[in-house]
Design a binder for this molecule. Structure first.
Ligand code: UFG
Length: 341
């Protein structure tokens, strides 16, 4: 029997790529989304890629009655919870919006999971829970979490805590936190990708929009950090690889006879500086990109990248794409939405 997986936020950036990979692996994704940060056209595009249209329930994950109804009406084999706000800067300006949506959404979906007791659950966490690593810049899952630097970060930190406490009280649950590093890129088909609303905060959408002529230049925030070239270092993970990791997470949890709670880094294991990424973008796409160096962005982590050994040993997952693939797919996507030849 085909296994149905509920994907909250399944029309969003990471969600839509995960829906594609779920289909490709023989699952039947069921999307819960209200399109507040995505577009309806994504669903048709998923069908263009996979040949299958996912079933969509239009609604808010914070609506507990709706969520309960979904659990009653569908035989779910797993749940992947993406639906949440994700802009670090906005979370500082509107903290209550972030706490209310991100925490209520998690509680709303976790309650029926706890009631049913045996449905695998995957939570979108973030490397933001590590803060600025002290000493070694390569962090593993045992690296202590630190105090988050934004309300957004706190919602991920607290999300993991809620999941931990739920498990301590109910050991039969099967739960996994995936700590994403920096997701970038788009589907190689050019049919789905990131659709930032307004001026993007993240590096790659800003790069592609600048290359498309929407912004005059990219400002690199700081070039005097103690890193390889003075700019910040991150672990940029291709969104298709990240999507595959979610399928592996569901595969793994479904195989467990007993309850479990796991936390897994999802990155490439390689650190890349902002300047290196900019140069890779220019080189791979044979396009110029105007940039200048500006002041440091408050709250930026200087350098962090993932130790990915646990993802490999537990899930049998490693990333297949590198930053070259990611910037090519990101530019291909930007060109397709702007009709650039
Ligand atoms: N950057 C620039 N110029 C820009 C945009 C970004 O120089 O216009 C730099 C940033 O200073 C940083 C790097 O590019 O050094 C990456 O910045 P992003 O905003 O793309 O990503 P962050 O690493 O700051 O944030 C990401 C996720 C968050 C998550 C965080 C955890 O977007 O959701 O990682 O560290 F919380």
């Amino acid at each position: 029997m085909v296994k149905k997986v509920l994907v909250t936020g399944g029309a969003g950036y990471i969600g839509s790529h995960t829906v594609v990979e779920l289909f490709r692996s023989g699952y039947e994704p069921l999307i819960l989304d209200d399109y507040r940060n995505s577009e309806v056209s994504v669903i048709g595009r998923i069908k263009q890629i996979t040949g299958k249209a996912p079933e969509v329930i239009l609604g808010d994950v914070c609506d507990e009655d709706l969520v309960n109804e979904i659990f009653q009406n569908h035989k779910l084999s797993g749940v992947i919870h993406f639906a949440a706000y994700k802009a670090v800067g906005e979370s500082v300006e509107k903290p209550l919006k972030y706490y209310s949506n991100n925490i209520s959404g998690l509680l709303s979906i976790l309650k029926p999971i706890c009631e049913m007791g045996n449905i695998p659950f995957v939570f979108s966490s973030s490397c933001t829970v590590y803060g600025e690593p002290q000493g070694l810049k390569e962090v593993n899952e045992q690296t202590p979490r630190s105090i988050p630097t934004s309300p957004y970060g706190y919602t991920k930190w607290l999300g993991e805590q809620i999941i931990r406490d739920a498990f301590l009280a109910q050991k039969e649950l099967r739960l996994m936190n995936l700590r994403y590093f920096n997701p970038i890129g788009a589907h190689p088909s050019g049919l789905i990708g990131e659709l930032p609303i307004g001026k993007p905060n993240n590096l790659v959408p800003f790069i592609t929009q600048t290359a498309a002529g929407i912004h005059k230049e990219l400002v690199i925030f700081g070039n005097n950090y103690p890193t390889i070239d003075g700019t910040c270092v991150r672990d940029y993970i291709h969104v298709v690889d990240l999507a595959e990791a979610h399928v592996k997470a569901i595969d793994y949890l479904l195989l467990q006879q007993k309850g479990c709670r796991e936390t897994v880094n999802i990155g490439t294991g390689t650190g890349t500086s902002v300047l290196e990424l900019v140069n890779t973008f220019k080189d791979e796409n044979k396009i110029d990109l105007k940039f200048s160096f500006g002041p440091e962005r408050p709250g930026d982590v200087i350098e962090i990248f993932a130790n990915v050994n646990y993802a490999k040993s537990l899930l049998g997952w490693t990333s297949k794409n590198d930053t070259r693939d990611a910037v090519r797919d990101a530019w291909n996507w930007e060109k397709s939405i702007r009709n650039i030849k």
